[in-house]
Design a protein around this ligand. Structure first.
Ligand SMILES: [Zn+2]
Length: 291
């Protein structure tokens, strides 16, 4: 499942390619699962909208949409009408894509073959298409009518200061590994980056979050931010079939110190990396480096 660095890599590639383009029309498939908003609402919000920006919120890709007519008239007053049901299509809205386990957003030429498991095709004025493909159908497409209205909760790990970060874990009796995965606390950190952060911070995954010292939480805060930044620079981790918007893999999997390395030697101390299961998720750690 793509985590924050992979989604960020995809977002950057998409932003370069589609920002400023106008959505001419939208085709949605028959399968109901990928649609979190009603199909008609998605079509109404997207068609004739201009893609003003592509942002990331946790593991969600958020396309900021504005009316393509409005953007053509620059000396109009700043006030933007709210996008109500009866408004003409193309009012301000957000198109939100969650890739789930196997979802991808692919840029394609209209004449190129439509891959199996394509659930949405967004035709752009530039003549290209943005296609949403998802074999396992855990990905979700939705729209929010208010600009800036999408708020999934949780802190952006790269935006949180040390004190804010420490606050999240106060009084949490769950293992720190589970707390890091809790999207209501931090958004975007999944199994890979939780394990990698805990190794860099020297903290065992099963430790109770509430029992970590201030010093340990400060180390963990630094480790989470460092790991995520390094992974973004490397284009993310390609563990299963992840590729970015250009179809290229990431390279951070070569920097993994513990994730997926059960039975191998710790890169720091040569001890054997262990794997345990915590709340149904596997956790990898070095018994010597992590306490
Ligand atoms: Zn070690």
């Amino acid at each position: 499942m793509p985590e924050l660095p992979e989604v960020e890599s995809i977002r950057r590639g998409l932003a370069r390619r589609v920002r400023g383009d106008v959505i001419e029309s939208v085709w949605l498939g028959e399968k109901p699962e990928p649609l979190k908003s009603p199909a008609l609402e998605i079509v109404a919000a997207l068609e004739q909208a201009r893609i003003a920006a592509v942002r990331r919120v946790g593991k969600h890709i958020v396309f900021e949409l504005e009316s393509s007519q409005q953007s053509a008239i620059s000396d109009q007053p700043k006030q933007v009408p709210r996008f109500a049901r009866d408004d003409p299509p193309g009012g301000r809205a957000q198109w939100i894509v969650h890739l789930g386990m196997t979802g991808s957003l692919v840029m394609a030429r209209p004449e190129s073959e439509i891959a199996r498991h394509t659930h949405a095709i967004v035709r752009l004025r530039s003549g290209r298409e943005l296609r949403f493909v998802d074999p396992r159908r855990f990905g979700r497409l939705s729209v929010v009518r208010d600009h800036g209205g999408f708020a999934p909760g949780g802190q952006e790990p790269l935006g949180a200061g040390a004190r804010q970060f420490a606050q999240l874990f106060r009084g949490r009796r769950t293992p720190i590994k589970s707390a890091l995965l809790n999207q209501k606390l931090l958004r975007g950190v999944g199994n890979i980056y939780a394990d990698e952060s805990l190794h860099r911070a020297g903290i065992r995954p099963r430790r109770r979050a509430s029992r970590l010292t201030g010093e340990e939480l400060a180390r963990l805060h630094r480790a989470v931010q460092q790991v995520l930044r390094q992974a973004i620079r490397a284009g993310g981790s390609s563990v299963s079939d992840y590729v970015n918007a250009e179809g290229e893999p990431g390279f951070f999997q070569f920097e993994h110190r513990v994730y997926g390395r059960e039975g191998e030697a710790c890169r720091k101390c040569k001890s054997v990396i262990k794997r345990v299961v915590i709340a149904g998720r596997s956790a990898h750690y070095c018994p010597k480096c992590q306490r």
